[in-house]
Design a protein around this ligand. Structure first.
Ligand code: EZ4
Ligand code: CO
Length: 403
């Protein structure tokens, strides 16, 4: 069954998404997510200019071969652009394989290893009262796990807290990046108080998560992890910039707070040391940025060997296509931990018709053949690309810092 067409659709139904549509000679169509937030056009070009010509005439069945053809065949390998592009192809080919077999993708991956996928939502607030209100809403909706982020007193902007005008907290609107400010001392003083406030209000019967978003040094992260121990967080996410894998040894030496890392990773090589030296507890690579279903499963298999669980990235900048793909993987692997679920803003539902469901804190990808997501290209055309950047972060003295 040969591929006869592949096209890249860039649209902005609520936020920017890059979608790859692969068409086969038998008429079966597969969809993949190629969205790289703030750098969308680079992946679109990689696909349109360099990958689509290689796909036409290829056998759609040969997922593993196509993966290696695109990875090794480019010579210049890895990095977010290539690995997001390969992911989009891979996800679309699994979608096609499922449709041809008449089975949901999770059945092709070995079948359901659990009844549902525990997801965590994002609770945010400009102050602790607002955060508690939002946290309560998540509990009322049935969430068993909730991430807490709150404005740091004294800082004008904080990661994870939407601005008052209702915009998303990432990316900024406008043609140039929004500038955020960062002050480590204020954050380190406040974060334990925030976690304490949540535990005092809601007790220990809910999984409580927090994202540090790569802003600390290893010794600062060690101090934060130790300070959070009384509140028993499910995890402390991205405590330090994770390209420095050996830094996690120092954090580990000082705290039992579980560590989750990996939303910016693209390949198994980015987390090899973290996993094999047992420096983390959860690996957060995403299906759309780490080479698709084929490569994500390889990462999770390595992690399983070392007692590390999955905790895939699932922010709103991953389209419903990759979110569905993530749910199929989550349902089928033995070492599933938790799945991030930020949801998608309207009008995304007009463009992506999904079959996944949420009930009582758990999600299920549904039982339609393939991924279970239908992409409406005509509807997408009504939402043209809207160029946006992720924010840039500076310390109070103006030094550029990790965002
Ligand atoms: O900032 O996906 O855990 N979730 C996150 C996200 C990331 C965005 C970047 O595009 O850290 O909010
Ligand atoms: Co994160």
């Amino acid at each position: 069954m040969k591929i006869i067409d592949a096209r890249v659709v860039i649209s902005s139904p609520g936020r920017n998404y890059v979608t790859l549509v692969i068409e086969t000679e038998s008429g079966v169509i597969g969809v993949g997510d190629a969205t790289l937030n703030g750098r969308e056009l680079s992946v679109a070009s990689y696909l349109r200019d360099h990958v689509v010509p290689l796909l036409i005439g290829r056998e759609a069945n040969r997922i593993e071969d196509t993966w290696h053809y695109l990875y090794k065949g480019s010579y210049w390998r890895r990095g977010p652009v290539q690995m997001t592009a390969i992911a989009a192809v891979d996800i679309a080919l699994w979608d096609i394989k499922g449709k041809v077999a008449g089975l949901p993708v999770y059945e092709l991956l070995g079948g359901a290893a659990r009844e549902g996928v525990m997801v965590y939502g994002h609770a945010t607030g400009a102050d602790l009262d607002e955060l508690k209100d939002d946290f309560r809403k998540h509990l009322d909706a049935g969430y068993k796990a909730v991430r807490a982020q709150c404005s740091v007193p004294g800082l004008s902007k904080t990661y994870g807290v939407p601005p008052a005008d209702g915009r998303m907290y990432e990316p900024a609107s406008g043609s140039l990046p929004q500038q955020d400010v960062w002050e480590t001392t204020a954050y380190l003083d406040f974060a334990p108080r925030m976690m304490e406030a949540i535990r005092e209000e809601f007790g220990f019967g809910v999984h409580l998560l927090h994202d540090v978003h790569h802003r600390l040094t290893p010794i600062e992260a060690a101090r934060l992890g130790a300070a959070l121990e009384p509140y028993r967080p499910f995890w402390m996410e991205d405590p330090t910039p994770a390209e420095d894998q050996s830094a996690f040894r120092l954090i580990r030496e000082h705290t039992t707070t579980p560590i989750a890392v990996g939303e910016v990773f693209n390949s198994i090589w980015d987390c090899q040391q973290l996993i094999t030296e047992r420096l983390i507890d959860y690996i957060r690579t995403s299906v759309s940025h780490a080479g698709g279903i084929t490569h994500l499963r390889r990462i999770f298999s390595l992690a399983e060997l070392y007692g590390v669980k999955s905790g895939s990235h699932g922010a709103g900048d991953l389209s419903p296509v990759s979110f569905a793909a993530a749910l199929h993987v989550d349902l089928s692997i033995p070492n599933f931990g938790v799945q991030e679920y930020m949801g998608h803003r309207e009008p995304a539902n007009e463009v992506f018709h999904t079959s996944y469901s949420f009930e009582n804190g758990y999600m299920h990808p549904g039982n339609l053949p393939g991924l279970g997501v239908e992409f409406d290209e005509k509807a997408a055309a009504a939402f043209p690309y809207d160029p946006k950047y992720l924010p840039v972060n500076r310390k109070l003295d103006g030094t550029v810092h990790d965002w």
